[in-house]
Each structure stands twice: as structure tokens, then as C-alpha cells.
Design a protein around this ligand. Structure first.
Ligand SMILES: [Zn+2]
Length: 199
């Protein structure tokens, strides 16, 4: 292990502060959408030993420490731990196909409430990393820059893009208002279709 990858007290506190600040922003944003449970539970696995110590070791404050772990070891064990437990990441929703693409990887469409949490997550991540430089078009630009990869279900990708565009064009109040409305509408339709099924 290089000197640079040692855990120091300042890296440890820096990492703790970054993940906690991120969580607080996501929590507030999720609450604006009525997603209280998800807001409270968002990213809690980052405090588990498998994720926390890697984060502290590769903390820089400028990018995700997972990238530091990738450079040092070739892959990120913290990320594999994280995406396997957190449904707001599209990578959680990757299955494999037995029919269309034999043995191939198959993206599954994400439930609406997790697309909304992913939206909040991306907005908060831009805010934390960019600080006072943050602009409402940043989350959309990051998405369009192609870092999303081809493993997001096309319906999920177009819904996320629509929400990010709404934010970029009309700002937070309009975007959160509209998304909350869509969530509520979906809840009602789900409830009514369940009642129908029970009849
Ligand atoms: Zn996460």
C-alpha cells in the first residue's frame, strides 16, 4: 500500500462529512417528493465497514473514492457492496436473460419510486461535488455525457432524462412539484388496480 492510500484522521472525517452532507441533501429532496422512508434510509450502507473504510482510504473530496480504489486495485469492492444493496442504483436492476440474449446481461425497468430517488441522488451528488459552482443544468449534462452506460433500461433512462430536463429548464420547484404529482398519481392507479384484481 502506498503512503497516499493510508487512512488519516483528516481523510476519515472528510469522508464522513461528505457522505453525511450528501445524505442530508437527498433526504430533503426525497421528503419534497413524499418519499420519507427512502429519504431516511438513503445510502445507509455507506456507513458499513465494507464501504466506509474504503471511502476513508481513497477520500479526496473531488471525486468518488471508489475511483481511487479502482485505480489502486483494479476494481471497487465498495461499489459492488453498495450497488448490490441500494435499489436507487440502476446497476442493482441488472439481471441476466435466458431468452432474448442467451446468458447475456439484461436491464430491468426500475420502479418509479427508485427512479425518483436516483434523480434526487444525482442532483445531490452534483451539489456536493460542485459546491457554489453548481448549476441546475449540471445533473442533466452529467447524464448526457454518457457516464450512464448502456445497462440502464431504456424506459428508466428516458424517464430520468425527462426529469433532469425538467429541472434544467424550469428549476427545482417546478421539477419537484411535477415529479411528486406523478408519484401520487401512480400510487392511486396502483391502489385502484389492486382493488380491481381483488374483485
Ligand atoms: Zn447510493
Amino acid at each position: 500500500m502506498t503512503e497516499q492510500n493510508k487512512i488519516t484522521f483528516s481523510k476519515l472525517t472528510g469522508h464522513f462529512r461528505t457522505i453525511t452532507r450528501h445524505r442530508h441533501i437527498v433526504m430533503k429532496e426525497c421528503f419534497r417528493l413524499g418519499l420519507y422512508r427512502q429519504g431516511l434510509l438513503h445510502d445507509l450502507s455507506k456507513y458499513s465497514p465494507s464501504e466506509f473504510w474504503v471511502g476513508a482510504r481513497y477520500y479526496t473530496g473531488k471525486e468518488s473514492p471508489n475511483n481511487g480504489e479502482r485505480r489502486a486495485t483494479g476494481y471497487s469492492s465498495a461499489w459492488l457492496h453498495h450497488k448490490g444493496r441500494n435499489k436507487h442504483h440502476y446497476e442493482y436492476w441488472i439481471d441476466y436473460s435466458t431468452r432474448e440474449i442467451k446468458g447475456g446481461i439484461k436491464p430491468v425497468r426500475m420502479p418509479l419510486k427508485y427512479v425518483c430517488e436516483m434523480f434526487c441522488d444525482r442532483v445531490a451528488a452534483s451539489k456536493v461535488y460542485l459546491g457554489s459552482e453548481y448549476n441546475k443544468t449540471d445533473p442533466l449534462n452529467y447524464f448526457l455525457s454518457g457516464n450512464t452506460g448502456r445497462f440502464m433500461h431504456p424506459d428508466t433512462a428516458s424517464l430520468l432524462e425527462r426529469y433532469l430536463r425538467l429541472l434544467a429548464d424550469e428549476g427545482e420547484d417546478a421539477a419537484f412539484g411535477q415529479i411528486r404529482e406523478e408519484l401520487e398519481k401512480a400510487k392511486w392507479t396502483n391502489r385502484n388496480s389492486k382493488k380491481q384484481d381483488a374483485k
